[in-house]
Design a protein around this ligand. Sequence first.
Ligand SMILES: NC(=O)c1ccc[n+]([C@@H]2O[C@H](COP(=O)([O-])OP(=O)(O)OC[C@H]3O[C@@H](n4cnc5c(N)ncnc54)[C@H](OP(=O)(O)O)[C@@H]3O)[C@@H](O)[C@H]2O)c1
Length: 384
Amino acid sequence: MAVIGSTGSIGRSTLDVVRRNPGRFKVVSLAAGRNTKLLKKQIREFAPAYVSVIERGAAEEIKREFTSREVEVGFGSRGMERAAAFGGADITVSAIVGFAGFLPTLAAIKAGKDVALANKETLVAGGSLVMKEVKKHGGRLIPVDSEHSAVFQSLAGHRIEDVKRILLTASGGPFLRLPAARLGSVTPKEALRHPTWSMGRRITIDSATLMNKGFEVIEARWLFGMPADRISVCIHPQSVVHSMVEYVDGSIVAEMGSSDMRVPIGYALSYPRRVEASAGRFDIMGKKLEFFEPDPGKFPCLSLAYTALSLGETAPCVLNAADEVCVEMFLKGGIGFTDIYRVLSTVLEGHDPRRVRTVEDIVEADRWGRKAAEEVITKGRRKI
Ligand SMILES: NC(=O)c1ccc[n+]([C@@H]2O[C@H](COP(=O)([O-])OP(=O)(O)OC[C@H]3O[C@@H](n4cnc5c(N)ncnc54)[C@H](OP(=O)(O)O)[C@@H]3O)[C@@H](O)[C@H]2O)c1
């Protein structure tokens, strides 16, 4: 297997699944961003044939340290793509965060690999084009996101024609019970305190605004070929039910378990079999489960995803790009929590969706979305 984004939350969990199943998986390539310290540890433990990092300097540093070992080192976008599509890999775990994961994931798809997809941005930004490439090159796209893994598992053995709707569950994030009036003053530290899942910084902030759930709606639209009006979101604070599928006869099939990403990762890696993945056994006894509608007034980012889907073409890509800028600015203290929605809605309103014919159209839309968000933020500051 190839693991791109090996130093992140999903990457580390993936390697833990490998560790728990000795002799079952062989890691042939790894790609990371800037955490060379951890990457070096991973090289020592998993002995991949190829690794890649963002910067040339970091690649040279790794080369110096591993001269005696059989590891080839690359860098930059070509290095990422090489790691993703590496020859000996049957499956590529796509775990880079953000649009940075798009081209490497596409490279794996074009190389005919099965892809265990955590990088939802690949489908948010380029859903239609990406699904065409998957079909053309014959690999499978297997979800890692716990919600999509739950839907995938709840669909097994059923006919897609019999599905009435998909129900994606959302914990509601750290501000579920906070009065809406207080959202304007929440700090990055508070927003990073997710109640049920331990994840990377961007997805944690996106979970607090529910923008992440919106991106998951877009991801589900492409993964399962389901129109947006048949994908609903329900708040389920316990995060025990990871998502559900409702069928035409009224039955609802769900997947349940602990909030441990190693479970969906293990399933994606071994599908249709199952492997040892999680540390503890999940005890269902005594659990109280609640489900309710999200509050659109308090969490308006969710509706932006539906708007972007209905606009189609470059709109979801622009929304994701603008969100990446907003989350980074919020984490740096440059904008407030509720500004995230304001900036995103302004960017989306100002976007005239372009047809997506090529990969370059998507890359250009990403660039446009970032620039537009930066401009809206700068203008907002000038007003203050
Ligand atoms: N975490 C979860 O539980 C979870 C659940 C469902 C879906 N996902 C999805 O999985 C993806 C990864 O999330 P995460 O939480 O694991 O993120 P994370 O902890 O922030 O890790 C991100 C990984 O991407 C690498 N990276 C960042 N920018 C890069 C760039 N420009 N080029 C190459 N590599 C880069 C990082 O490298 P360095 O750290 O070395 O810089 C790190 O390995 C996201 O798309 C997220 O939506 C995550």
